[in-house]
Ligand binder design. Structure first.
Ligand code: ZN
Length: 460
């Protein structure tokens, strides 16, 4: 009898790993890293919850680290079978995984130099070389293309609207029943990528609940970007946008390009100063099967939102330094999104004390990050060990998010013509998952299950 075991993202939002078992076969859905507070991150060092030799295949939903970040560990432990993903996801893994391995090596080196380590000496969870081994095992699939698995199971991908390449997995067991692995659910009417696909039935369903207890802030991102750009041009000011390389950066550029094609962009030069964001942006442009109708139209008219006369991709750190000392007006989009690393630190260090500068936040700022301290209105912050006074104005685009809120989740679930036999709610803080459960019970009358870490359920 088929079963599912929840090995991550159960009672928390990170570390997605779900094991499907049927007729002596095992398939791992996602292989994510635990992220966030120390006690959660420490779980990455626990023994891998299933023997890698016993796994027949890995199937990924999308390329966020909390869904793919443990792949190099799995491969380091000896896994050598196929890792399936959409074309977009494979592309993004190529961009992010080796980089993440390299950062881990650098961090371990730094810790060993500066003492206070958990391991003695500090070790990287995995290396850049481990990450390259993962890429060798990856197998790209188009959306809707069926893939056979050992033991008579098969699956296909459907667009999930979350980030480039993000997908639901429609997985059929040999007994003809299916489980829909929801991954992360995206939003309707967002730029560039397709809306979440409508699904009308699955015997079993696994859904996320990141925003199970919240609704996104209302507001028009495009108009807000315009206002900030106009002000910058008037004041000859600088706009610093700490942005996430995958998804958020491309969305912002799309809005800027829309304003430009409407004849409203005030001519503020835009620089993307992040090697990873630049690579991801090219993938967003090239992976045409992910494009929604508007993006297809833009592309067919030669009006890519990422075209060179609109956006300058900063390739070398020398130019990045030059940019830093050049007078406004200009806007720079640079990582990291929460200002805990990356080239954005140099821009902030050089300009935070200037009242004509605007820092535009594009997403959630976690506790303890530099971004959070700036957002909280601290007068002085430390960057590269030096005090910098904060006199720039701060703005935030809270309406941008790659996750559906609970109303959007209910809209998507409303596509089901009948209740699944079992619906599992994962990938949320406990309050968010409970709230989602209650929304589903009230709106749809479905009974759902919130699994705990390690819980196993028969699917029959
Ligand atoms: Zn995600």
């Amino acid at each position: 009898m088929p079963s599912i075991t929840f090995l991550g993202a159960a009672g928390t939002v990170t570390g997605s790993k779900h094991l499907l078992e049927y007729d002596g076969h095992r398939v791992l859905i996602d292989c994510g890293l635990f992220q966030g507070p120390r006690e959660i991150r420490d779980r990455n060092w626990d023994p891998f919850p299933v023997d890698p030799d016993d796994i027949d295949a890995v199937i990924l939903t999308h390329a966020h680290t909390d869904h793919i970040g443990m792949l190099p560990v799995l491969v380091k432990l000896g896994f050598r079978k196929k890792i399936y993903a959409t074309y977009g996801t494979v592309g993004l893994c190529r961009v992010s995984l080796p980089d993440s391995g390299r950062l881990q090596e650098e961090e371990a080196k730094y810790r060993n130099k500066h003492g206070a380590t958990r391991h003695n000496p500090a070790l990287p969870l995995y290396t850049e070389a481990d990450a390259y081994e993962v890429l060798k095992l990856m197998h790209s699939l188009h959306y809707h293309e069926w893939q056979q698995l050992p033991g008579g199971a098969q699956f296909r991908y459907m667009p999930a609207g979350h980030i480039l390449g993000s997908a639901f997995i429609e997985f059929y067991f040999a007994n003809g029943e299916r489980i829909l692995m929801g991954g992360d659910l995206g939003r309707y009417d967002t730029p560039i990528i397709k809306d979440p696909s409508t699904v009308d039935f699955a015997e079993y369903l696994v859904i996320e609940s990141t925003y199970g207890d919240r609704l996104h802030a209302p507001g028009d991102a495009k108009e807000m970007i315009l206002e900030i750009a106009e002000r910058a041009v008037q004041n000859r000011g600088i706009v610093i946008v700490p942005s996430f390389a995958i998804g958020r950066t491309q969305e912002l550029l799309w809005y800027c390009n829309e304003l430009e094609s409407e004849g409203r962009w005030p001519g503020l030069p835009i620089y993307v100063d992040s090697p990873m964001a630049n690579k991801a942006t090219l993938l967003y442009q090239e992976t045409t099967e992910d494009h929604d109708a508007d993006m297809k139209l833009d592309m067919s008219e030669g009006n890519s939102p990422f075209r060179a006369d609109m956006v300058r991709m900063v390739r070398d750190s020398q130019f990045s330094k030059q940019l830093n000392t050049s007078p406004g007006p200009w806007m720079v989009i640079a990582g990291s999104g929460m200002c805990n690393g990356g080239r954005v630190l140099h821009h902030l260090k050089a300009h935070l004390d200037d009242p004509s500068v605007t820092v535009l936040f594009t997403g959630y700022q976690a506790e303890g990050t530099l971004g959070r301290r700036i957002l909280d209105g601290e007068d002085e912050v430390r960057i590269f060990g030096q005090p910098v006074s904060v006199r720039a104005s701060v703005a935030r685009l809270d309406m941008l998010s790659a996750h559906a809120d609970y109303e959007e989740m209910l809209r998507w679930l409303g596509g089901f013509k009948a209740a699944p036999k079992k619906t599992f709610i994962v990938h949320g803080e406990p309050e968010a998952s409970l709230a989602m459960q209650e929304h589903i019970r009230r709106e749809l009358g479905w009974e759902t299950v919130i699994p705990a870490q390690g819980d196993r359920f028969d699917l029959s």
